[in-house]
Design a protein around this ligand. Structure first.
Ligand code: GRF
Length: 195
């Protein structure tokens, strides 16, 4: 039976798109049960809707206006995921730090993609961090999510060269291409580890 995957996004959603495309292969072990966004205006929502995938938004701007706590916000995420009978979560450019309580509920059933070769360059702007550090190689990492940010067991990594003359944009674009190749394979691999 295919696993029901929920994808959390906040913006462009190009990794979400790569995952959706992978699930179109008949032998892929997952289907996308929900694309859940923290922002109403996330560009990725339109692609998901047109692909006939259920979408939901837990609007963080509204949550902020209403003074909702992080835990209360994350409870809403959890409710949306359970309502859609999601078995496994993929973070794909979800630009919020998740509460420990939420992470604990999904631990072992939630992965993230990060545009560096972790443990190098955790946190924000990893591509700029890589350029500033002058490393010859960077890349992307898919890892299980644990309460500590950008930590957690690594599922897959892909290396990308850093070229002389690279800017944050050119390096980010090269890493993003690798992300799109890596995330679907990593999800398949992670699902094989879930009971
Ligand atoms: C990607 O670089 C991903 O690694 C990072 O956020 C970016 C999301 O891009 N976590 P997209 O929304 O998937 O296009």
């Amino acid at each position: 039976m295919k696993k029901r995957v929920g994808i959390l996004i906040s913006g462009r959603g190009s990794n979400m798109r790569a995952l959706v495309e992978a699930t179109r292969q008949p032998d892929y072990p997952a289907e996308i049960a929900l694309v859940l966004s923290s922002r109403v205006e996330a560009e990725g929502l339109e692609f998901a809707r047109q692909a006939g995938i259920s979408t939901a938004v837990v609007d963080q701007a509204l949550a902020k206006k209403d003074g909702l706590s992080r835990d209360a916000y994350d409870d809403r995420l959890h409710q949306a995921l359970t309502h859609a009978r999601v078995d496994f979560v993929c973070l794909a450019g979800f630009m919020r730090i998740l509460s420990d309580a939420f992470v604990t509920k999904w631990q072992g059933r939630m992965i993230n993609i990060h545009p560096s070769l972790l443990p190098a360059f955790r946190g924000l702007h990893p591509q700029k961090q890589a350029l500033d550090a002058g490393v010859p190689v960077s890349g992307c990492t898919v890892h299980f999510v644990v309460p500590e940010l950008d930590a957690g067991p690594i599922v897959a990594q892909a290396e990308v060269p850093v070229l002389s003359g690279d800017t944050v944009d050119s390096l980010s674009a090269r890493i993003l291409e690798a992300e799109h190749r890596t995330y679907p394979d990593a999800l398949r691999k992670a699902l094989a580890q879930v009971p």
